[in-house]
Design a protein around this ligand. Structure first.
Ligand code: ASP
Length: 439
């Protein structure tokens, strides 16, 4: 049994957090490969080390004196080293970083030092080998990630290393220059390592006890989802549920490795299992609810639209021409609605509307702005009757007017459009009917 364990920034923000992490790793000897993030926030107004590094490097790039900023970063690490009573000095590392900043070694190099240094401390603390991600994670010259080459290099390098720490978030191009993933990218490193060593499980340790049924800023103390499929998670993440970096799913999913989201501050909680398939019956009909505000619906009406072949394609071509992707497209016999992100549409709206008018000469063309979309997701919905009915009854009861509905043929999700102002009320009403009232 081999597990890859990734710890997020808040799990490694201080010596006290490091100790919890150490206990977790030592409690299970199959936790062989450790992927740390950079130290995150110790309290809500604190600054993540990654952000401190970006700011510090920006000063260096401007030619400003950045020594105080670099000292403040060093102090964050020193506090951890002292708290863990380690006999470790990062003086030489910081001297190298200072020189490289002066030599303008790049923003990615700068940001990556957060994980790199935390990895060195973690390896020392655990007595594990430290493997620099720059040696085992490869990016192409154009900055894209080279999955195949990485897998070959990483699996070879780890084949006879029983226990190691590999810092998250970055790798290098073949010329040695450092490249990071996008923000939150240590999740991706964990997944890549799990695939390379063919781990049995990828544990992703964070500061919540798993994926929640609904956003805790909207629903008070939402339930934790015990098992979720990759497909369900993708639907929820797309609609704003932030759990894992999106790109973290692909490597492990391909390799058939489940992910377990766990809480460093409550290690006894089982967390959420993210799996390809399961016959576990979900405790509720729905698995989760997520949503986003600020969409616009463009309503197009034209008599006999249904018989005009190519109508839909022409309408969508108008959006495509201006680089706007559409989210949903509910339609009637003589009406068609295209739902898009308001922010993306606003600047180009007149151009798009003119284009639609030229292409299809609609009888009417109307806009409805300030819409929110809510996704109600659940593999259990396929097996049960009346789910949509219950959603609408709950919304009607909460006096929320439903503006749009879209259900995919897989019956795994129902998308509901409501006014922005009704967003929170709608989510609470749906949560109450499917979860709260079942407890
Ligand atoms: N430290 C990086 C960030 O703040 C990467 C990560 O934590 O996953 O985005």
């Amino acid at each position: 049994m081999k597990k890859v364990v990734k710890f997020g920034g808040s799990s490694l923000a201080s010596a006290e957090q490091f100790k919890k992490v150490g206990d977790i790793i030592r409690a299970d000897e199959s936790r062989c490969y450790v992927v740390p993030s950079a130290p995150g926030k110790r309290f809500s107004s604190d600054t993540k080390v990654t952000d401190m590094l970006y700011t510090c490097y920006a000063a260096a790039e401007q030619g400003d004196d950045f020594s105080d900023k670099l000292e403040a970063i060093k102090a964050r690490y020193q506090e951890i080293i002292d708290g863990l009573e380690l006999n470790l000095s990062l003086d030489d590392e910081f001297e190298t970083i200072r020189k490289n900043f002066e030599a303008r070694s790049g923003k990615d190099y700068a940001a990556s030092r957060g994980e790199y240094l935390n990895g060195i401390i973690m390896a020392e603390y655990l007595g594990y080998e430290f493997i620099d991600a720059a040696d085992v994670i490869r990016f192409n010259g154009d900055g894209s990630f080279n999955a195949e080459l990485t897998n070959t290099i990483m699996s070879t390098r780890l084949s006879n290393v029983e226990r190691a720490v590999i810092p998250g978030f970055f790798g290098a191009k073949s010329d040695g220059s450092i490249k990071t993933f996008s923000r939150g990218g240590s999740d991706i490193t964990g997944s890549i390592v799990a695939k390379a060593v063919l781990a049995n499980l990828y544990e992703n340790w964070t500061d919540v006890s798993g994926v929640l049924v609904a956003d805790p800023r909207i629903v008070k103390n939402p339930e934790v989802i015990s098992t979720i499929t990759y497909k369900e998670l993708r639907e929820l993440s797309y609609m704003g549920a932030s759990v894992l970096h999106e790109d973290a799913i692909f490597p492990v999913r391909k390799a058939g490795i489940p992910i377990n989201i766990r809480n460093t501050n409550a290690p006894e909680d089982p967390g959420t299992m993210i799996v390809e398939r399961t016959c576990q019956i979900p405790p509720y009909i729905i698995t989760g609810i997520a949503g986003k505000k600020d969409f616009v619906a463009v309503n197009i009406e034209k008599d006999m639209m249904n018989s005009e072949i190519g109508f839909g394609r022409k309408v969508l071509a108008a959006f495509e021409k201006y680089g706007i992707s559409f989210e949903h497209m509910p339609s009637g016999v003589d009406t068609m609605t295209v739902v898009i992100h308001q922010a993306e549409f606003v600047e180009k709206e007149q151009k798009v509307l003119t284009e639609i008018t030229h292409l299809v000469q609609p009888d009417s063309l109307e806009l409805e702005s300030d819409l929110a979309l809510i996704a109600v997701v659940g593999r259990g919905m396929r097996e049960s009757r009346g789910t949509a009915g219950r959603i609408f009854a709950a919304l009607a009861h909460a006096k929320v007017n439903v503006k749009m509905v879209d259900q995919g043929s897989t019956e795994m999700n129902i998308i509901i459009g409501v006014k922005n102002r009704d967003f929170e009320t709608a989510i609470r009403a749906i949560y109450d009917i499917f979860v709260e009232s079942q407890l």
